[in-house]
Design a protein around this ligand. Structure first.
Ligand SMILES: *Cc1c(COP(=O)(O)O)cnc(C)c1O
Length: 390
């Protein structure tokens, strides 16, 4: 899909340039507009590839590319040069296979459970097996999957986070009874505290990973090793091994501080009203005007994934902060425009963009950029700019 296709589909006017995106003067409709800058995604992947040194930077596109739309995002990443992909669920893997076509390695972080068989069938997915149960289940599924050659699998080994992965005892058991029907192409683990470069846990996990991966060398002589996600990529060459697995950094999130802004979210101004000192705004009358005030009503609410607990947040009108007042309701929020230049109904107010990153918003409400991204709702008009495949 090209940028113009997606714009035509959304019925929206194209931005003048994807690089200096400015909100549309008037909304296409009375609903919020989510703009995803695919050139920024591509640039972030290239920057993380450069930061990965001699290792290959894969692309993690689980959870619908962190909420941004896996179709356009995965195509833009592939066009930028990404050649190895990761998702969380088998179903996401099957969807990604339909998007990328044959040949591109797609790994499934969540391993393999018997119920994943249908999603795996015909999708040529690489499960990252994380337990003896996964190994048995995948072995039993092989007749139904009818692979032409030894199917590729990854192995997830535990190194300190205690989520998924083989324990040392399970690694010993695997070595005693090697799964010869598989081609183990990847041995990986995951860091618990990679966003804290000073945390000594990083070096401890690296040591555990290196030692345990060594034990698997006889079983998996050709396996590539992988430890770092975005945070691990930024920890430097000791954490790169053969393959890095950035996700959130591709989408402009911390800890990749140099990331280009990917997500722009604008809410339309539906109505402007003047209220007197002492008047209250919104459900529960939780905010009362201390002076005569001009209130803007914006068409965006918690049904769009906007956080109901957003007290104290600012939005931006023409680059000027406008404070959120009153409660977030299902389809609307209200802002104090008293100190802003008189706006026209239809003006677009920035929720996310150059003035407010996903992490800025996350800090305002006590969560992470990951949660802000993956909470972006399905009700937005979505536009994709850039990313035209050359
Ligand atoms: C989600 C995930 C990643 C990507 O992590 P980011 O912090 O978003 O870069 C990498 N590896 C595993 C195992 C993951 O679950």
């Amino acid at each position: 899909m090209t940028a113009s296709d997606s714009l035509a589909a959304g019925g929206l006017a194209p931005a003048a340039s994807p690089l200096d995106y400015t909100p549309p003067a008037a909304p296409a409709a009375s609903r919020p507009v989510l703009t995803v800058d695919l050139d920024a995604v591509a640039a972030n992947w290239r920057a993380l590839q450069a930061r990965s040194g001699r290792a290959e930077a894969a692309a993690v596109v689980k959870a619908n590319a962190y909420g941004l739309g896996v179709g356009p995002v995965a195509r833009a990443l592939h066009a930028a040069g990404a050649r190895t992909f990761f998702v969380a669920h088998a179903q996401e893997g099957a969807e990604l296979r339909a998007i990328l076509g044959p040949g591109v390695p797609i790994h499934v972080f969540n391993g393999f459970l018997p119920a994943d068989l249908d999603a795996f069938r015909g999708a040529d997915l690489i499960p990252v097996l994380a337990s003896p149960f996964h190994v048995r289940a995948f072995r039993e599924a092989l007749p139904a999957l009818r692979p032409t050659a030894a199917p590729r699998v990854g192995l997830h080994i535990e190194s300190g986070i205690n989520r998924l992965g083989f324990t040392p005892a399970e690694i010993d058991a695997l070595r005693a009874e090697p799964p010869r029907e598989f081609d183990i192409s990847l041995v990986m683990s995951h860091l618990a505290s990679a966003d804290e470069p000073e945390n000594s846990m990083n070096a401890r996990q690296r040591g555990a990973f290196t030692g345990r991966a060594q034990l698997l060398h006889g079983l998996a002589p050709n396996a590539r090793l992988s430890l770092g996600a975005t945070g691990g990529t930024l920890l430097g060459p000791d954490f790169h091994f053969d393959l890095t697995r950035p996700g959130v950094g591709l989408y402009g999130g911390e800890p990749f501080a140099e990331a280009r802004t990917v997500v722009h979210l604008h809410a339309p101004l539906l109505q402007v009203r003047e209220i007197a000192a002492g008047d209250s705004v919104g459900y529960g009358a939780t905010w009362t005007a201390k002076r005569p005030s001009r209130i803007g009503v914006l068409g965006l609410g918690y049904a769009d994934g906007f956080f109901r607990l957003s007290k104290g947040l600012q939005l931006y009108l023409d680059g000027r902060p406008v404070p959120l007042v009153g409660r977030v309701s299902m389809d609307m929020i209200t802002v104090d425009l008293t100190d802003a230049p008189e706006p026209a109904p239809g003006a677009m107010v920035e929720v996310l963009g150059p003035n407010q990153s996903v992490d800025d918003l996350a800090k305002g409400i006590g969560t992470t950029g990951y949660e802000v991204l993956t909470s972006l709702g399905p009700r937005y008009a979505r536009r994709y700019v850039g990313g035209a495949e050359g």
